[in-house]
Design a protein. Structure first.
Length: 288
């Protein structure tokens, strides 16, 4: 596999015209490029950060069947669909030849490891694992018991300030770059009823579950947040179950989510609700 087999572009429409069928062929496994490109199409090229997004397509002869795709929305890591070690090496060579700034790689675990090794060979930049993730897909939904007091409801415009504040708090808790402006994130989710709140009997919101717009028949649950002082009471599980059911009832064929494998509590919770593993992913970082 040659580095020249990787075609790179900043043209989103061109990328989707060429790679759309490939992305739709495996909606769960391709949830990140599907939802990110949908966000770019709906909200503009700099919704995830000030840098210009870059898209890539891997094919054997430049016009044959697509083998893999990548997207890069700085400051986030490069995200790439599964690759063989040779394909990962070709990608590392292509990006290195272009002096493309790569702060990290996010991919299926084996692909991320292969790219990190190739990137170090090509550039001398050693990487380290920043997070290990597991992609889950909802099978048979089970409402967790015991059910906490209160009810689920769809967030409304009056909740905008709370959504923005909790979105920022979620990223502070997990130690990741939020990328999007919290207010803009809240507006985007409100526009498609993309946040479920769990509220207590007196109407106080105590947990938040976001969902992406449906694309290629799939919806991804993200983020899930409960303030620290309210955790351990079943609010997040109840809200996630309610949001998952709503996505299914609205027509989603697949409902997926990512977990941090370092958090056994969330992994256990989602499996009790009915989520089952699809694939393991890893996020590597290069430099500070």
């Amino acid at each position: 596999m040659s580095p020249e087999n990787w075609y790179l572009t900043e043209d989103l429409d061109e990328f989707l015209a060429r790679a759309g069928d490939f992305l739709h062929s495996r909606p769960a496994l391709h949830t990140v490029p599907l939802t990110v490109t949908d966000g770019l199409r709906r909200r503009g090229p700099h919704v995830y950060g000030p840098g210009d997004p870059v898209f890539g397509i891997l094919s054997e002869d430049g016009g044959g069947p697509i083998r893999a795709v990548l997207l890069h929305t700085p400051p986030f890591p490069v995200h790439v669909t599964p690759l063989t070690p040779d394909e990962a090496d070709a990608l590392a060579a292509r990006l290195a030849d272009l002096d493309h700034l790569v702060s990290g790689i996010s991919a299926a675990r084996g692909t991320a490891e292969a790219f990190a090794a190739a990137w170090q060979r090509r550039t001398g930049a050693a990487g380290s694992v920043r997070q290990r993730q597991r992609l889950y897909r909802l099978e048979e939904l089970t409402v967790p018991e015991p059910r906490p007091e209160g009810r689920a409801r769809i967030a409304e415009e009056r909740d905008r300030a709370l959504l923005a504040r909790w979105y920022g708090a979620f990223h502070e808790d997990v130690g990741t770059s939020r990328g999007q402006d919290p207010g803009e994130w809240a507006d985007a989710r409100l526009s498609h009823d993309g946040v479920t709140l769990w509220e207590t009997a007196d109407g106080t919101p105590v947990s938040l579950v976001g969902t992406t717009p449906r694309i290629a028949g799939q919806v991804r649950v993200a983020p899930v947040y409960t303030p620290a002082e309210l955790r351990g009471r079943g609010y997040a599980g109840a809200a996630t179950a309610a949001a998952s059911r709503a996505a299914r009832e609205a027509g989603a064929a697949e409902v997926v989510l990512f977990t941090d494998l370092a958090n056994p509590t969330s992994n256990g919770l989602y499996q009790r609700i009915g989520y089952r593993p699809v694939a393991d992913f890893a996020v590597w970082g290069f430099g500070d």
